[in-house]
Design a protein around this ligand. Structure first.
Ligand code: MTE
Length: 321
């Protein structure tokens, strides 16, 4: 999250293809193969992901006022420091032979059901994928709207069956310096890790994403599994997770370890608390409003205040940034 000047290519409104992608047609042949044609779900609500999972739109998490950002922008304007520090780096660099399938995920720590499981099997165990459209806000003061496919994190927590002592969840992402040149450099302390309080992780908005726009999540966006917590800044969304560990104490997340004065554990979107380098009162909407992006006011908890404020009752939100 270095200071940089946006380049002209990053925000071409003309590159936006939200309509065609957002209304992807269901692949009935695929659905039939899976034997779902007769299932009690409307086929128009089903999308097939290339990972092999049909995903069902969840109307409870789709605000008609939100206009999803174009797939092309979501998948080419990225922060993934393992693959470079420029927004344009991850797309080419994460697709030069880096393998994200097969992929093993470990559930560990203070749980009654520790397990190592293939990422595809995990999605199946979670009952498949659903699609939710969420606001996405980076601490660098830019934003998108993303149709994520995946499953609620609370399902994974139920599956793991945490012990009473478990109070936090840590999301450890991959460490593969042999195949990922960025991890041979000390840009950050690898592996990238993030954490949530257990009650935050159990909130119905917390999500594990395996797809975007009904297609398998691309490597540059954190294949095959990444965290999504829409009321928090984007750096909380650990990408390409290999281990989910339940602990009694909070982990120190990667950016907090790097610069605790700038990046806290909570990282809840808060327009009233500025980052030392970025005012958080407004945001640049990627893909809107021409070359520099349209600006809009940033909302408390990124617009999810009604749903999540109770998690932080009695806390001084300026202190717990
Ligand atoms: N996860 C890993 N493993 N490495 C990273 O560098 N960057 C974070 C987060 N997850 C990061 C990561 C930051 S700073 C942001 S803003 C989001 O991923 C960006 O996600 P996107 O590229 O899919 O928009």
């Amino acid at each position: 999250m270095l200071i940089r000047t946006p380049k002209a290519w990053e925000l071409p409104e003309s590159a936006a293809t939200p309509e065609s992608l957002y209304h992807l047609r269901p692949r009935r042949d695929f659905i039939k193969t899976l034997g779902l044609a007769g299932a009690a779900v409307a086929t128009r609500d089903l999308f097939a992901t290339t990972a092999g999972f049909p995903t069902r739109i969840n109307p409870d998490f789709r605000d008609p006022a939100l206009k999803p950002t174009a797939h092309e922008l979501i998948t080419s304007y990225n922060n993934f420091y393992e693959f470079g520090t420029d927004k344009a780096d991850p797309k080419p660099n994460a697709n030069k032979g880096w393998k994200t399938d097969p992929w093993t995920v470990e559930i560990a720590g203070l749980v009654n059901h520790p397990v190592k499981i293939d990422a595809n099997d995990l999605v199946t165990k979670m009952g498949g994928a659903e699609q939710r459209v969420y606001r996405f806000r980076c601490v660098e003061a830019w934003s998108m709207v993303i149709p994520w496919d995946g499953f609620p994190l609370s399902k994974l927590i139920t599956f793991a069956d945490p012990k009473p002592e478990a109070k936090y969840v840590t999301f450890v992402t991959f460490n593969d310096p042999k195949n990922v040149p960025g991890q041979r450099r000390g840009t950050l302390d690898w592996p990238y890790l993030e954490g949530l309080r257990l009650d935050e992780a159990n909130h119905e908005l917390a999500f594990m994403a395996t797809g975007i726009y009904g297609q398998a999540i691309p490597n540059q966006n954190g294949a095959p599994l990444r965290l999504v917590v829409p009321w928090k800044y984007g750096f909380k969304y650990g990408k390409s997770i290999v281990k989910i560990e339940f602990t009694a104490k909070p982990p120190v997340n990667t950016w907090q370890a790097m610069q605790a004065r700038e990046y806290g554990f909570y990282a809840n979107v808060n327009p009233n608390v500025d980052h030392p380098r970025w005012s958080q009162g407004s945001e640049r909407v990627i893909g809107a409003g021409g070359l520099l992006g349209g600006r809009q006011r940033t909302l408390m908890f990124n617009g999810y205040e009604k749903q999540v404020a109770a998690l932080y009752q009695g806390m001084d939100l300026a202190k717990y940034y």
